[in-house]
Ligand binder design. Structure first.
Ligand SMILES: Nc1ncnc2c1ncn2[C@@H]1O[C@H](COP(=O)(O)OP(=O)(O)OP(=O)(O)O)[C@@H](O)[C@H]1O
Ligand SMILES: [Mg+2]
Length: 254
């Protein structure tokens, strides 16, 4: 007798038994001028941004969220900084050489963001997908703000951005961040230590100061943009449980 090609029984019952929560469509807005000719009523998916410093646990949480969402029947699409097909390689090269002036570097990052917004985020939302962003405009703004870039100019620049359905900022103190980054990479990154700012000649010391400034700036941006500050110093399980329940509320349109 030929072997059955159908799914094993336990798998079938899990699929049949679990109900997929269809995301409730809620109105979407751009922060400013947005992108012309986009009807936000057609953006039926959800955009969720996970923010946080290097080593704050974004990848750890995103991997779990994607697994959970996909298992619950949602198609997911992931985006992140320096991932555009248009300029990501050039941006990496420019940073290696430390050759760009501040404004040009800002515009380069904004271009990378705009490319992903137009070509990945918006089409995915139109198709009803869950888009998970590993960092969003807030990191870009915070990095520039600590370097003295004008806030009004930045807000105007990122007026192109779609306001996400949820933003989670994983807050971890600089002392814990440094331990995690060392354990993971055995070194500190020049830019994530803010070495270009001349805060200290010692990279370790510079990292602590720079990440402290970034945290202060994030807290300030939170007051404008109203995102969720999540205590990232707890266990991955505890953080994940909080994110899941908040995302369930987003899916239910609450
Ligand atoms: N809640 C947590 N508690 C303790 N360690 C954690 C926690 N979350 C992540 N880690 C560990 O910290 C390190 C950094 O985590 P992860 O790679 O998820 O962070 P990230 O924010 O994505 O960092 P990067 O900016 O390098 O992409 C990893 O070694 C990870 O295993
Ligand atoms: Mg990561």
């Amino acid at each position: 007798m030929p072997r059955s090609k159908s799914a094993p029984k336990d798998r079938v019952s899990r699929i049949v038994g679990s109900s997929v929560l269809v995301p409730k469509v809620t109105p979407k807005t751009f922060y400013g001028h947005g992108i012309p000719d986009i009807d936000s009523n057609h953006l039926t998916g959800k955009l969720i941004a996970v923010e946080g410093a290097d080593g704050s646990g974004r990848s750890t949480q995103i991997a779990r969220l994607v697994q959970w969402l996909e298992a619950s029947g949602h198609h997911t699409v992931q985006v992140g900084l320096k991932r555009s097909t248009l300029v990501s390689e050039e941006l990496e090269q420019a940073q290696q050489g430390n050759i760009l002036a501040r404004t040009t570097l800002s515009l380069f990052y904004a271009t990378d963001f705009a490319d992903q917004l137009e070509n990945t985020i918006l089409p995915a939302l139109r198709a009803g997908s869950m888009v998970i962003a590993d960092r969003y405009i807030y990191t870009l703004m915070a990095r520039d703000l600590v370097r003295g870039v004008d806030e009004t100019w930045l807000r105007n620049l990122y007026g192109i951005a779609l306001a996400p359905d949820a933003v989670f900022y994983l807050e971890v103190c600089p002392e814990l961040l440094v331990q995690r980054v060392f354990a993971k990479n055995q070194s500190l990154d020049y830019w994530e230590s803010g070495m270009d700012l001349g805060l200290s000649r010692d990279m370790f010391d510079s990292f602590l100061r720079y990440q402290g400034l970034m945290r202060d700036t994030f807290r300030r941006l939170q007051q404008t943009y109203g995102f969720d500050i999540v205590d990232g110093e707890r266990s991955p399980d505890a953080i994940n449980a909080e994110l899941q329940s908040r995302i369930e509320a987003v899916l239910a349109g609450r």
